[in-house]
Design a protein around this ligand. Structure first.
Ligand SMILES: [Zn+2]
Length: 389
C-alpha cells in the first residue's frame, strides 16, 4: 500500500515538473458565439480573457478585438509577447492548417478565405498555428487529458455539431486537403436525410444536439409531442433559464483565472443555448437538446426514443471508427455527452454487438477530461505539437 502511494506521488510530481518546463504559449479558441484567449503553460491556464462575437463577427471587427484580448491575457499573466513560444488558434473548419487560411465557417458570417495565420504573424511576429477546433481538442486530450500516453486516439466531440480529431501513431491525421477526421459526416443511414454538408444520413445530422432538438420540435409540430411540450412549458415556468449542457461544470483543469469580458453585445442563440420564457412565445416554443434529455430522464417516451435513436447512431459511428482506425482509445467530449449513461450505454451496446472482436477488445471508450477549456488547451497544444514535428 505504501509503495503504491509513493509511486502515485512520484508520478504526479514528475508530470507537473514536466509541465513546468514547457514554454509559455497563447491559445485562442475561436467559437461561433464566444472567443476565448489564454496564456498557458501546458494544460495550466495562467490567465483567460473572453469576448462575445456578437451578431456581426466580420473578420475586420473581430480580429483586432482578439489582438486586444491576447494583450489583456498577457498582462493578467504578468508576461509579454516576447516570452511566448507561439500562438495556437483553434478555429471552426473548413480550414487549411498548412497555410492557416480559414475558409467559410458556417457560424461566422463574412468569413471567406481569411488568412488568419498571416494576419496574426504580421501583428505579433511569433510562430502562429491554426487548426480545426476538433483536431486541436484531440491534440489537447492526447497531450494533457484522457489520451495521455496513447498514440492511437480518436476524439469525438458531440455538441451542436459532431467533430473529430484522429491521431494515428502520435500524428494528427490531416489528409491531402486537411479535412481528414470529419467523423461527424460519416454516413450512418445511406437513405437518410440531406445534411448541410451535401451527404445523406450523416452522424451529425442524426445525433448532434441540434438534431436531437430538431427531431423533438418536428414531433411537436406534427402533434405527437404533447407530453414533451407540457414538460418543456413546465420547465420554463419553474426556471427562467434552461442551462446549456456545454456550459456544465468544467472537469479537471479550471484554475483560478481572471475572466474579463468586453462590453456584452447581443449573443447568438444556438439550439443548445439558453432560452427564456420572456423571449419565447409559447406557440413558438423551441425545445432544446437539454430539455429533451431531462424529459427522457423523467421517462417521457418520445424524448427517450429520440435520445435512444441518437445514442444508437453514435454507437454505429463508434463501430465505424473502430473498424477504420483501430484506436487504443476513443474520447467522447462535447456538451451532449454530459447526458452520460443514457447516451453512452446504448452506444456501447451497439459496439459490443457489432464491432469486430480484435479491434473492439483493444479499444477503451472514455469521457474527455479537459471539459470546457479543451479548446484553449488544445490551441496551446498546437505549439508543442508542431514544434516537435
Ligand atoms: Zn454531413
Amino acid at each position: 500500500m505504501q509503495n503504491k502511494d509513493t509511486l502515485a506521488d512520484t508520478t504526479t510530481s514528475k508530470q507537473s515538473l514536466n509541465h513546468n518546463q514547457l514554454p509559455l504559449v497563447v491559445g485562442v479558441d475561436l467559437g461561433g458565439t464566444q472567443i476565448r484567449t489564454a496564456v498557458l503553460r501546458g494544460p495550466k491556464l495562467l490567465s483567460r480573457v473572453s469576448l462575445m462575437t456578437g451578431k456581426n463577427p466580420s473578420p475586420g471587427r473581430i480580429i483586432p478585438r482578439v489582438y486586444t484580448a491576447i494583450q489583456e491575457a498577457l498582462g493578467k499573466a504578468g508576461t509579454t509577447i516576447e516570452q511566448i513560444a507561439g500562438i495556437g488558434i483553434a478555429a471552426p473548419g473548413p480550414l487549411d492548417s498548412k497555410t492557416g487560411v480559414v475558409f467559410t465557417p458556417p457560424n461566422m458570417a463574412d468569413w471567406d478565405h481569411v488568412p488568419l495565420r498571416d494576419l496574426f504573424t504580421e501583428h505579433f511576429h511569433i510562430p502562429i498555428f491554426v487548426e480545426n477546433d476538433a483536431n486541436a481538442g484531440g491534440l489537447g486530450e492526447h497531450m494533457f487529458g484522457a489520451g495521455r500516453g496513447c498514440n492511437n486516439i480518436v476524439y469525438l466531440t458531440i455538441s451542436t455539431g459532431i467533430g473529430g480529431g484522429v491521431i494515428i501513431d502520435g500524428k494528427l491525421l490531416e489528409g491531402v486537403s486537411g479535412t481528414a477526421g470529419e467523423v461527424g459526416h460519416m454516413t450512418i443511414d445511406w437513405h437518410g436525410e440531406r445534411c448541410p454538408c451535401g451527404n445523406l444520413g450523416c452522424l451529425e445530422y442524426i445525433a448532434s444536439g441540434t438534431s436531437i432538438a430538431r427531431k423533438a420540435n418536428e414531433a411537436i409540430h406534427a402533434g405527437e409531442g404533447i407530453e414533451l411540450l407540457t414538460f418543456a412549458r413546465t420547465m420554463l415556468q419553474h426556471s427562467t433559464t434552461v442551462p446549456d449542457p456545454s456550459a456544465l461544470p468544467t472537469q479537471g483543469h479550471d484554475p483560478a483565472t481572471v475572466e474579463l469580458r468586453f462590453p456584452p453585445e447581443e449573443t447568438d442563440d444556438t439550439s443548445l443555448g439558453s432560452e427564456t420564457g420572456d423571449e419565447q412565445q409559447e406557440e413558438h416554443l423551441h425545445v432544446n437538446a437539454r430539455t429533451v434529455a431531462l424529459a427522457a430522464e423523467s421517462g417521457i417516451p418520445l424524448a427517450r426514443a429520440i435520445i435512444q435513436n441518437a445514442a444508437e447512431a453514435i454507437g454505429v459511428g463508434l463501430v465505424n471508427i473502430i473498424h477504420c482506425f483501430n484506436p487504443e482509445i476513443i474520447i467522447l467530449g462535447g456538451g451532449v455527452t454530459q447526458m452520460g449513461r443514457m447516451l453512452v450505454e446504448p452506444a456501447q451496446r451497439v459496439v459490443q454487438e457489432r464491432a469486430m472482436k480484435v479491434p473492439r477488445e483493444a479499444v477503451r471508450i472514455v469521457q474527455a477530461q479537459l471539459g470546457d477549456n479543451v479548446g484553449l488547451i488544445g490551441a496551446g497544444a498546437l505549439i508543442y505539437y508542431y514544434s516537435k514535428q
